[in-house]
Design a protein around this ligand. Structure first.
Ligand SMILES: [Zn+2]
Length: 1019
């Protein structure tokens, strides 16, 4: 929409009751009436729009179209008549006639251009400007406005339109240069001003036309894994993807390693081709290609190790891991309804196994310190890939070290509770498969029991046996047990049967949790299931985990803060146990470890790394991520280690050996809306209503089936809880009101948003509510009337929520970072239908405007736009928060003399039995700091010794007084070394969880009545 230009101060109060709002989707001659609040801010009412392009021509040929509306004067309510206008072949010539004027039914319009020298051609800005002046009366002005403005431009006289690269020639770092090379074919030909810009290309890739686009849209092709048919894999190499074949490696090593060798060769051939292409593209390109060569070398090393005559145990471990994965994948496929599934690897997964194999299974391998980072745009089976690696490591420990190889072998860390319980089910089913093998496979018989443990936040799971018993009683008594389930375990990981009944059941057998001795154990309630006759190998109670460290530990990063307070927590790192320390650490969703959380985690990780390598070489670290930029810096900041990205990038955009954009070009549809001159509330109502109507509108269209479900649930994504609250307030009255009006006008069946079917998904949800929320989100509108209508979500959603049926999203404003945008929008369209994302931009925000104006180019190279993430663990502010707690953890978990809670008093820098060990430990710690951030090394050194002297002083004073000095303050204690947030008095302030540093504070607003009652009754 373009508005008549304002004379200064001409806005008047009559605006407020004008209440006119005209939709752009009205057909010619149609009549539209509607109500909406008018705008107030002058810059919301643009009188012009423009686009810029680069050309070598001296003249441009433009077509212009728009519509005007005039009032229908009769006795009825105020209505408007549309009239379309079209002006073709408007020629703008540099110098002689850069401006032209046309008349759209009495409304004067200028089509003009501005020419500036650019290299050997011209940078031209073409504009459309409404020359009509505002009357000062909003209603009058409507007939002077232009709607559905359409302007395009072509180079005339045989000239060309060139790539618009005015602002993109500077590379801020080497990675930016590589990105520029990789996305060199994603060219931009125009930039919009006030509107988005689009362009047409002919078959040779030449730009033929640029145009203004009021509602830009772009389909980002799905990136899919390359499959065996994409390669010219020989028959032998094909066999290497078959798990049953790989399982025979211990019986016939040559056959299997030959097949694996051919698989690697197909990758190496691709890498060689990349290197050849890179020669022509220059320096950055050669570096990209070199990383593929390195990956080929590492894969080959993996295969050689498997074939090495002396590595019998490795082959058996590999075979057992393939057997376990095959069982697990088969079981999952059966649960999905597949008949007689034959599990096989995707090339991407097998490639990862081979890249990481040597350094994960050989403690002394030179690549041990490399962090292998799996990068795959969402989904893609990366979890299975690293579970397989974990299985190999676990079996190998048992084969090489017997009893000593038991204990916690693998630690998988997540950043969110919700994600953890979802992932738990998957990893648990692998452990179930390993347990079954222990009973059925001679190679695994006699091994110590395998188990999996969930170590998550305090509120989420019971902390000790007494708490667990209490939780169990509560579960049995609950009218709706699923809402009272504090064990985070919803279903049997093996057969997916619900372990908790929907309604209270008096037979205890209906519950999958029961008390055996003092322990709560889990057993499947489905009599057909293997695990109805034996315990499920799972534990969720902290105390139990410390007593019997689980083979496979899933934890939130937060939970490692427990190491400060509880010396027994160190047992999960293999400290003070008869077991070998963990061999593999898997960090999921590494990109979330940025900003304040990443910074705090990094301080503790330095300590955890030292603790994990106390009795030998460090564990292998594998990480996964969905969006990454500057991963080298991030991994160095977090771990002081080098990183290798897998799969290594190719030279063409998102295409790698293992993944490429789908050939059909299908994918997620992104649409941009930037309403002018209306309030955000009005815009939101106007944008939401048609989206909610989609399911009913689709039914009956050709080529569309009768299912309601695909776009039933509208996810409304918000960048702040405040905005989310505003939407919530509009939903039931205003949006439903709009739906009613539209239903009458369009003659379609009414869809209403039901209050009970609105789900809020934010950090305000309690941990026991989240599994139920996920379950609710899985309900299909085709099977139930209880399907969710609307999800009001905060950025909580962008983190690892995988609900296949979600496909429709309204983004309320552009998120702060591209990484979040990608993460959030990739939550829709993960299942059978492609996702649709509509972003509602706010025209009064500069960032939103800029995103709207460059909508197409941004989406054309989405991953290029990801901002570098940063962690600054050793900065002054971070040290002030975390260094004391980290030091206490390091010393307490290392020296038995300092382990118990009461032993803080034993710290003595003059103690000859302590000091030499302490010096070595501190030196190793500082060495790690130097590797992560050399600039802070000196300051950290000074501060570490200051803290140690302070502790020494406090302990000495306590010893002199004959008083205790504990780490943790107890009720009534005068002093302790540490104090938590909110505790007054002296002591080092330490966080209870890593999340204590997050700036978001949940405020629980209580009903006045409840508050008053509390005041009267302090109990
Ligand atoms: Zn079961």
């Amino acid at each position: 929409m373009l508005f008549p230009a304002e004379d200064s101060g001409s806005l008047n109060a009559s605006l407020l009751d004008a209440q006119q709002f005209i939709l752009a989707d009205v057909e010619e001659g149609d009549v539209e009436e509607n109500g909406a609040a008018p705008p107030l801010a002058e810059d919301w009412r643009p009188s012009s729009a423009a686009l810029s392009l680069v050309t070598n021509s001296e003249s441009l040929m433009c077509d212009f179209a728009a519509a005007t509306y005039s009032p229908i004067v009769d006795d009825g309510p105020l209505r408007w008549q549309r009239k379309g206008h079209r002006f073709a072949g408007i020629e703008l010539v540099r110098g002689s006639s850069p401006h032209r004027q046309v008349d759209a039914d009495g409304v004067p319009v200028e089509i003009g251009s501005r020419w500036r020298r650019h290299r050997s051609g011209w940078l031209v800005t073409v504009h459309v400007r409404l020359l009509a002046k505002s009357t000062g009366d909003d209603r009058e002005d409507i007939s002077r406005m232009l709607f559905q403005v359409d302007l395009d431009a072509r180079a005339a006289g045989g000239g060309r339109v060139f790539e618009y690269d005015v602002s993109r020639t500077v590379d801020v770092d080497a990675e930016a240069r590589e990105l520029r090379i990789r996305y060199r074919n994603q060219k931009v030909y125009a930039v919009g001003h006030g509107m988005a810009a689009g362009w047409d290309l002919d078959e040779s890739g030449e730009c033929t036309r640029v145009f203004l686009d009021a509602v830009p849209h772009f389909v980002v092709p799905a990136v899919e894994q390359t499959l065996e048919e994409d390669f010219e894999l020989s028959g032998t190499a094909m066999k290497s993807l078959d798990l049953a074949f790989l399982e025979s490696i211990d019986r016939d090593p040559l056959a299997v390693t030959t097949a694996l060798g051919e698989f690697v060769q197909s990758f190496a051939t691709w890498a060689d081709e990349q290197s050849k292409v890179a020669l022509a593209l220059g320096d950055g390109a050669r570096e990209i290609a070199a990383r593929s060569q390195t990956a080929a070398v590492r894969m080959r090393a993996g295969v050689e190790l498997l074939g090495h005559p002396a590595r019998t145990e490795l082959r058996v471990a590999f075979a057992l891991a393939m057997a376990a994965m095959r069982l697990q994948m088969r079981q999952a496929a059966l649960a999905r309804g597949e008949v007689d599934p034959i599990p096989s690897w995707r090339p991407f997964q097998l490639g990862f196994l081979l890249v990481g194999l040597a350094s994960s299974t050989d403690d002394a391998h030179p690549d041990r310190e490399i962090v292998d980072l799996i990068w795959f745009p969402t989904g893609g089976g990366k979890t299975e890939a690293y579970l397989a690696l974990a299985a190999i490591v676990i079996f190998l420990r048992r084969l090489l070290h017997g009893q000593h190889g038991a204990g916690t072998a693998v630690i998988t860390r997540y950043t969110l509770r919700l994600l953890t319980s979802q992932q738990f089910q998957r990893a648990a089913s692998l452990i179930c498969a390993m347990e079954l093998l222990r009973g059925s496979d001679d190679r695994a018989r006699g091994m110590v029991r395998f188990s999996i443990g969930l170590w998550v936040g305090n509120e989420a799971t019971p902390r000790d046996r007494a708490g667990a018993k209490h939780s169990l009683e509560r579960l049995y008594k609950a009218r709706h047990p699923r809402e009272a389930n504090e064990f985070q375990i919803m279903e049997c990981p093996w057969c997916a049967t619900d372990l908790v009944p929907e309604d209270k059941d008096d037979t205890r057998r209906a519950y999958g949790a029961r008390l055996v001795g003092n322990d709560v154990v889990f057993q499947c309630v489905n009599p057909e299931c293997e695990f109805s006759r034996r315990e499920l190998p799972m534990a969720v109670v902290d105390e139990v985990l410390y007593d019997e460290p689980p083979t496979f530990l899933l934890a939130t990063v937060d939970k490692f803060a427990r190491l400060q307070f509880n010396e027994r927590a160190g047992r999960l790192l293999g400290l003070n146990t008869p077991f070998k320390q963990p061999s593999l650490v898997i960090q999921d969703e590494l990109h979330l470890l940025s900003g304040p959380l990443g910074t705090t985690v990094a301080v503790f990780d330095a300590v955890i790394q030292l603790l994990l390598s106390r009795s030998g070489p460090p564990p292998k670290i594998v990480a996964s991520t969905a969006t990454i930029r500057a991963s080298t810096d991030q991994v160095r900041g977090l771990y002081g280690r080098e990183v290798a990205l897998y799969p290594p990038a190719g030279l063409d955009g998102d295409t790698t050996f293992f993944a490429r954009p789908v050939r059909s070009g299908e994918g997620r549809l992104y649409i941009g809306l930037m309403p002018q001159s209306v309030s955000q509330a009005t815009a939101l109502i106007a944008a939401s209503a048609p989206l909610l109507e989609i399911p009913r509108h689709l039914i009956g269209l050709a080529d569309v089936d009768e299912r309601l479900d695909p776009y039933w649930t509208l996810v409304m994504y918000h960048n702040s809880l405040r905005e989310l609250g505003r939407t919530g307030a509009l939903l039931l009255d205003d949006i439903n009101g709009r739906l009613e009006t539209r239903s009458e006008r369009l003659g379609k069946e009414l869809r209403k948003v039901r209050a009970a079917s609105v789900l809020e998904l934010t950090s305000r949800r309690g941990p026991e509510e989240l599994p139920n929320d996920l379950r609710q989100l899985g309900v299909s509108a085709d099977n139930s009337s209880e399907a969710t209508d609307v999800v009001l979500s905060s950025n909580m959603l962008s983190v690892g929520i995988d609900v296949q049926r979600l496909a429709l999203m309204l983004m309320v404003g552009q998120p702060k970072t591209t990484a979040e945008y990608i993460q959030a929008t990739s939550r829709v369209g993960r299942g059978r239908v492609n996702g649709i994302v509509v972003t509602l931009f706010r025209s009064n925000r500069a960032r939103d405007r800029s995103h709207f104006e460059t909508f197409r180019s941004y989406h054309d190279a989405l991953y290029r736009g990801v901002e570098p993430t940063s962690v600054t663990p050793w900065s002054l502010s971070s040290r002030a928060r975390s260094l004391a707690g980290a030091l206490v953890t390091l010393l307490r978990q290392t020296f038995p003399l300092l382990a118990a809670d009461s032993s803080a008093v034993n710290f003595d820098l003059d103690d000859a039995s302590l000091r030499p060990g302490l010096n070595v430990l501190v030196e190793r710690f500082l060495d790690l700091v130097a590797r992560a951030d050399g600039a802070e090394h000196t300051d950290v050194t000074v501060q570490v010794w200051e803290l140690l002297r302070e502790w020494d002083h406090e302990a000495r004073k306590a010893r002199d007084d004959g008083s205790p000095l504990r780490y943790e303050r107890r009720p009534g204690d005068e002093r302790a070394l540490l104090k938590r947030f909110g505790q007054p008095g002296p002591g080092w302030l330490v966080g209870d969880s890593m999340r204590s540093v997050e700036p978001n504070v949940a405020v629980d607003v209580q009903e006045p009545l409840r508050e008053a009652r509390r005041a009267a009754d302090p109990a």
